[in-house]
Design a protein around this ligand. Sequence first.
Ligand code: AMP
Length: 424
Amino acid sequence: MTFEQLNLSAPILQALKTKGYITPTPVQEKSIPAILSGSDVLGSAQTGTGKTAAFALPLLQLMSDKLTTHGGPISLVLAPTRELAIQIADNFNLYGKHLHLKQVVIYGGVSQNPQTAQLRNGVQVIIATPGRLLDLMQQGFVNLNNIKYLVLDEADKMLDMGFINDIKKIVAKVPHARQTLFFSATLSPEIKRLAGSMLRNPVSVEVKHEAGTEFLVEEKLFFVEKNNKTELLTHLLKNDAEVTHALVFTRTKHGADKLVRALAKNRIHSMAIHGNKSQNQRQRALDDFRAKKITILVATDVASRGIDVKNLSHVINYDLPEQAESYTHRIGRTGRAGATGIAISFCSNDEKDLLRDIQKLIKKTVPVRSHDVTFSATPAVDHSERERRPFNRSGRPGSSNNSSGKSKHPRQRERVSRERNFNR
Ligand code: AMP
């Protein structure tokens, strides 16, 4: 299958050629014809599968076919984070560079004036995070009466981030006579309900994430006690020549900052990206990381969602994610678009429940590796735990010992989980 066979117009094919895309990815093969034929789409695919182009290419084509220069925006794309919104806008710009469409990207944390100025000048495409968009709508800067194409990208994340009411208010202002494209990495009952309320006879497009990760990402796991994680990370960053460009995940914003400071003490330069950083700081860190001016970026899940950085050598889970699904999102940052990457996870004693949940979700055991680091301060519990978890014959960590995660009282686990969420 080629892009020509998908009936995309010459200006778009030209842009794809410049970008070096030769064959459509599975989500593009399935979505593009459906969208061009006017159907609603319910897509279950995550970042890294080429889903941005899967909706951006046909939308650009449909919009350029019907283009009128007045009458207000005709496409609205909603995304959970500022970074993802910017990235989607970059994609629209690249694929649409031979078309004459104007767009604005709207997100909070920065002055609204440049955004409202662009809106006043007239745009055909709005790419926005829900909070700021609703704010500008309420101030009378945005009119959605002419929207014909509505996209919800990473809908599950938008729900996780508490945008449900904002989304409902925004969608209520979009005309019913529209085409709706709804993408989500997971299809929980709640997501299906929301999709059901917005879509009409949608074509379902499902791209299994396992396919992408199994082939392209090599996964490794180190059991390491909490207070030895920084030393192990420093060792890997200094001694493993393969680690050339790494995205490191911590559970909390505070943890990300603390890690950056600790690495600096070991003369390793890194930057952090999380929700407490200003939008400019976040964008600068991301730009520097993309340009490889810095090679280590420390991130929390929320800030990193959807980030597309080419040719990452490593994703390192300094802390395991609280939600198992985040594991596949995180490691999907490496091994993208045909490149192979390595995902390293650290697991401390108190994270074994999380590891169990992840392995249940990905339906496999992450291969455990040993290291030769002698830590400066190793608590006794660390040794005993590792010794109690010998490999069984299949090379997997032993499952007969107490890794069932039932040791904590449920209410205690819930409290810990709430506290962690709060700090993220
Ligand atoms: P996405 O899932 O939209 O974040 O895309 C993941 C990465 O794949 C991005 O870097 C895209 O530029 C790239 N990409 C998307 N479609 C193709 C394609 N058909 N061929 C090669 N790379 C692609």
